[in-house]
Design a protein around this ligand. Structure first.
Ligand SMILES: [Fe+2]
Length: 242
């Protein structure tokens, strides 16, 4: 049990002033928060956790084909109007783009990016396997100056450390899902998350928040080595540059 003893929980102020760059808090547009009230609950939770800024990154994928850029921007504006001055944290809009048959349509209309220079695109694949065209699609957007940020690489069953290394060699950035460290997506994803974090492979960290249930207790259950905690602090600093 010595290994377990060398890991400790995160201090309560760990997320003070933090910026989240991946969430499904824009209500009613994907498998995340279903309505305005629940979304406000989610934003209040983020505030309680210490976060100061939250990016809403709804799914763009063939399962949600009505999520065009125009529709999502309209939904976001109406959310802002409804929230008025009652927002507990600062919010902004991005997107999470599945590398599927809709991806190039979303590219044509312009991606909702993560950063101030409008170049970083949060991309994902299915957990079981990547679309055969995924690599080519990423290559095409890189030629146009976009920087791919691969969401939750630890969750992809098909991916090995060898593939993660190749992604880094191709200059893809990697985003850790915070709750992977708590085992929220199962033991293999948890083990990979710790391995990638320790190896300094991640660039950013996000909550990928879909609902509020158990989030605080899951975060409280995270146990990190000193090296992993130092790495996580670096990721939170990187998030602040977005
Ligand atoms: Fe997500």
């Amino acid at each position: 049990m010595l290994f377990g003893l060398l890991r400790s929980s995160l201090p309560s102020e760990f997320f003070e002033g933090a910026c989240d760059m991946h969430s499904h808090l824009l209500p009613g547009v994907d498998d995340g928060f279903p309505d305005f009230e629940k979304a406000m609950e989610g934003l209040s939770l983020m505030k309680e956790l210490g976060y100061a800024k939250v990016k809403m990154t709804p799914h763009f994928m063939k399962d949600f084909q009505e999520n065009t850029r125009t529709n999502i921007e309209t939904q976001y504006k109406s959310f802002l109007t409804q929230a008025g001055d009652s927002l507990p944290v600062e919010i902004s809009l991005g997107g999470e783009y599945m590398l599927d048959s809709c991806f190039m349509d979303r590219f044509e209309e312009g991606f909702l990016t993560l950063d101030r220079t409008h170049s970083m695109v949060l991309c994902e694949t299915s957990y079981m396997n990547a679309d055969p065209m995924a690599r080519e699609m990423v290559y095409k957007i890189m030629l146009k100056g976009y920087q791919p940020v691969i969401a939750h690489p630890e969750r992809y069953n098909y991916a090995s450390m060898g593939l993660y290394n190749r992604w880094k060699e191709r200059d893809y950035m990697l985003q850790l899902n915070l709750l992977s460290l708590a085992g929220a997506y199962g033991p293999p994803a948890k083990a990979k998350a710790h391995q990638l974090l320790k190896a300094g492979m991640y660039d950013y960290v996000g909550t990928d928040l879909h609902r509020v249930a158990n989030v605080d207790s899951m975060i409280a259950s995270i146990r990190l080595s000193t090296k992993e905690r130092d790495q996580l602090e670096i990721l939170l600093e990187n998030n602040k540059t977005l």
